[in-house]
Design a protein around this ligand. Structure first.
Ligand SMILES: [Fe+2]
Ligand SMILES: [Fe+2]
Length: 257
């Protein structure tokens, strides 16, 4: 039986950032977030199946996805507009499942211990679009905006990249192929994410939580960055979210930024 509470406690108490705070009040709030997430997951067997698949297939990225789920829910609950528009159940699982698309990336690319080729990079980068496509049904059935949020989680840091549109088209073609989709409803799928400014902001928060965890924790191919480095790097990729970044750093950083 899948036990999210157990999984999250294991992850946030390993001595590596992101960590639960050593301040009693904040720590109590963080434990409350774990409770909220666990409640949503425990009443949705469909989500448990997807999380179990992630645990089995993507290892360190599964750990990362769960931690991102906590950080994203924490950030979102401070924004009444986001909570009212998206709703707590979707906010709870969008972070947990944001990297679900990685379960469909061939393991020799996902876990390659060396630099990826251009072709491999395109396949790897298509994971947000794969996740968006595969979670569409769950979005329609139970979690409004889920697939749109998952799709957005890599948008924000890439703003300003000259080849953004060209890459995105190619990655979308790869995602369609991996998901065995033949119909090309790209314009609908890719444009939906920008249909509402609150949703765009929620996507930016997910991207912030994602990047914060990715930089703060070690991966097979890199060590963990210090909080100072994390804040510097994210400050340049996520302009306009300085307050939200400081909030995360104060609550989850190992050393103060
Ligand atoms: Fe991702
Ligand atoms: Fe991620």
């Amino acid at each position: 039986m899948y036990n999210l509470q157990q999984e999250l406690c294991r992850l946030f108490e390993t001595g590596v950032a992101p960590l639960f705070s050593d301040q009693f009040v904040i720590r109590t709030e963080q434990k409350e977030l774990v409770k909220q997430l666990t409640e949503v997951v425990s009443t949705h067997p469909s989500v448990q199946i997807l999380l179990t698949e992630m645990k089995r297939k993507i290892g360190q990225y599964y750990d990362h996805s769960l931690r991102t789920g906590v950080l994203f829910l924490d950030l979102s609950l401070k924004q009444p507009g986001v909570v009212n528009f998206v709703g707590i159940p979707t906010l709870a699982i969008a972070g947990l499942l944001h990297d679900y698309g990685k379960t469909k990336i061939p393991p020799d690319i996902l876990f390659k211990p060396a630099k990826l080729s251009e072709e491999e990079r395109t396949i790897m980068n298509s994971h947000n679009q794969i996740g968006g496509l595969l979670l569409e049904q769950l979005q329609e059935r139970e979690f409004p905006y889920l697939s749109q949020l998952v799709l957005q989680h890599h948008d924000y840091p890439r703003q300003g990249r000259i080849d953004h549109r060209k890459d995105e088209r190619r990655e979308y073609e790869v995602a369609l192929e991996i998901c065995n989709r033949t119909t090309d409803d790209r314009s609908l799928f890719l444009q939906k994410r920008y249909e509402n400014p609150t949703l765009t902001y929620a996507g930016a928060l997910l991207s912030l939580a994602d990047y914060f965890d990715a930089l703060s924790s070690p991966r097979d191919y890199k060590p963990a960055f210090s909080q100072k480095e994390v804040c510097l790097l994210i400050g340049s990729t996520h302009p306009g979210l300085e307050k939200e970044l400081t909030y995360l750093s104060k609550r989850y950083g190992k050393e103060k930024a």
